[in-house]
Design a protein around this ligand. Structure first.
Ligand code: GDP
Length: 304
């Protein structure tokens, strides 16, 4: 399965370190906990979440007086599943979209290179495969490549792309995409935004302008503001999540490029720290490598 393959490096990294931490130890003592803390932090789970997990295990040790190191895997699995549950109360089962009045509108934000355009293309393909009418809006107009790439995805997966070319007003593109989505009774409109972070004010202004024009046609929109993060950047992904959530209300996350990185722990840390559900994860280049994030499958695959 591509999830298993995608998480391979992260798992290898994590369990090699974990095994080292407990070698020759039969009980979980202070030394083991110290080592475990190190393992979690160097696996990109993030400091806050690591401390939380260590505290909980410490509590269990104190309560049971004695904890076998052979039980550590199971305990970590439970704790991590628990943390993920808090923020992903409902596991998405497939690429279905909620029924709403008018097209379901997704605004996609994220810095350059994280896999924003690719994720939109893959999403469009997945929605289309379910028989949904999809319209894409190429509102990342600061970058020629972004507009071209989205148009290419549109052709590849046979989905219309609203575009006015480079350096045009992103809100004008969003306006057109929403208008068309409404007129053509589309199921979903996905709008790629530039989401520049160079100043928070710029980002906020751009997004609120986009929201305003979209709402002229679809009052409840956007239904989702999705932040795309590159999982392979580890701690940088945390920083980006922090910056974006300060500037706008992010309602879901997509974490890409988990294949080929040992930093898969970011999914756990980011989900815990920001209390925003991870909706999709990217575990490869192919369309089906964009997967709906299912916490049970993720934990199962990680601890298999
Ligand atoms: P954007 O600048 O954020 O729009 O980023 P792109 O969509 O252009 O993606 C940058 C690169 O990352 C491209 O080469 C994509 O093929 C690649 N990419 C995106 N998602 C994934 C993923 O889940 N796994 C891998 N291996 N590559 C990915």
């Amino acid at each position: 399965e591509s999830l298993d393959k995608g998480l391979e490096k992260s798992k290898q990294n994590f369990f090699t370190k974990l095994n080292k931490a407990v070698v020759g130890k039969s009980t979980v003592d202070a030394d083991v906990l110290d080592e475990l803390e190190e393992v979690l932090i160097t696996s990109d789970v993030g400091v806050e979440t690591t401390v939380k997990i260590i505290d909980r295990i410490e509590e269990r040790v104190a309560k049971d007086k004695y904890l076998n190191t052979s039980e550590l895997n199971q305990i970590l699995r439970e704790e991590i599943a628990g943390l993920l549950s808090e923020n992903n109360t409902k596991d998405l089962v497939d690429f279905d979209i909620p029924k709403v009045d008018g097209p379901y509108v997704i605004l996609v934000v994220g810095v350059n290179g994280v896999g924003k355009t690719t994720t939109i293309g893959k999403l469009a393909a997945q929605f289309k495969a379910l028989g949904k009418n999809v319209i894409l809006g190429a509102a990342d107009t600061f970058r020629a490549a972004a507009v071209e790439q989205l148009i290419m995805w549109g052709e590849r997966v046979d989905v219309p792309v609203v575009s006015k070319g480079m350096n045009t007003d992103p809100a004008a593109v969003a306006f057109e995409a929403a208008k068309r989505g409404k007129e053509e009774n589309a199921d979903v409109v996905i709008i790629d935004t530039a989401g520049r972070l160079h100043t928070k004010v710029n980002l906020m202004n751009e997004l609120s302008k986009i929201k305003n024009v979209v709402q002229k046609f679809i009052p409840e929109a956007p239904h989702d503001v999705m932040l795309v993060l590159d999982g392979s950047t580890g701690q940088n992904a945390f920083i980006q999540a922090k910056e974006f959530t300060k500037a706008t209300e992010v309602t879901s996350l997509a974490v890409t490029k988990l294949d080929g990185t040992a930093k898969g722990g970011v999914v756990i840390g980011i989900s815990d720290q920001f209390k925003i559900p991870v909706k999709y994860i990217g575990v490869g280049e192919k369309v089906k490598d964009l997967q709906v994030f299912n916490k049970t499958e993720f934990v199962d695959s990680f601890f298999k």
